[in-house]
Design a binder for this molecule. Structure first.
Ligand SMILES: Nc1ccn([C@H]2C[C@H](O)[C@@H](COP(=O)(O)O)O2)c(=O)n1
Ligand SMILES: [Zn+2]
Length: 161
């Protein structure tokens, strides 16, 4: 009998890899974020990335970060985590895990908690000192949502499309 392959990717690499791939669909020129929601038994339930709501053209709405609130991206963009939650049509996300390439903001934290997601695995935490992320952590702690940073393995995955 032949030995099984040994260099297969781990569950964490698989799900964070899917979140990263999903983020590559984002049109945001500054920060692309991807999310992947997974069941307790490691089945992918949903994915999302940051982008505009349906019907709002990527080419007509602003992507800049500054200026009048009505002329920059923040007021219009749907975050990857919220999109992943809303993209799920299968019923309950109770006890699911979410893999996300950037730590959730306070609005997504509320949605994650209310959806019943109990674990957040994140990669980047570049806005850790912002009020939004501090509030997210406070809410996660209060609600018993576990969060931990994805441990990068340094593995490079090349896909030819
Ligand atoms: N956890 C997060 C945080 C942010 N986003 C989105 C929202 C924006 O499209 C972008 C952040 O833009 P920046 O201020 O870095 O220029 O990322 C998200 O989807 N999920
Ligand atoms: Zn958010």
């Amino acid at each position: 009998m032949s030995d099984k392959r040994k260099d297969y990717i781990s569950w964490d690499e698989y799900f964070m890899g899917v979140a990263m791939l999903s983020g590559m669909r984002s049109k945001d020129p500054n920060t692309q974020v991807g999310a992947c929601i997974v069941s307790k038994d490691n089945k992918i339930l949903s994915m999302g990335y940051n982008g505009l709501p349906r019907g709002c053209s990527d080419d007509e709405f602003p992507w800049c970060r500054e200026g009048d609130p009505l002329d920059n991206k923040y007021i219009y963009t749907a975050h990857s985590e919220l999109n992943a939650i809303l993209n799920y049509r299968g019923g309950s996300l109770e006890n699911a895990k979410i893999y996300v390439t950037l730590f959730p903001c306070n609005e997504c934290a509320k949605a994650i908690i209310q959806a019943g997601i109990t674990t957040v695995v994140y990669d980047d935490d570049k806005y850790a000192t912002s009020a939004s992320v501090i509030a997210s952590k406070r809410m996660f702690d209060a609600a018993g949502v576990r969060y931990y940073r994805y441990q990068r393995t340094g593995r490079k995955i090349e896909i030819t499309l």
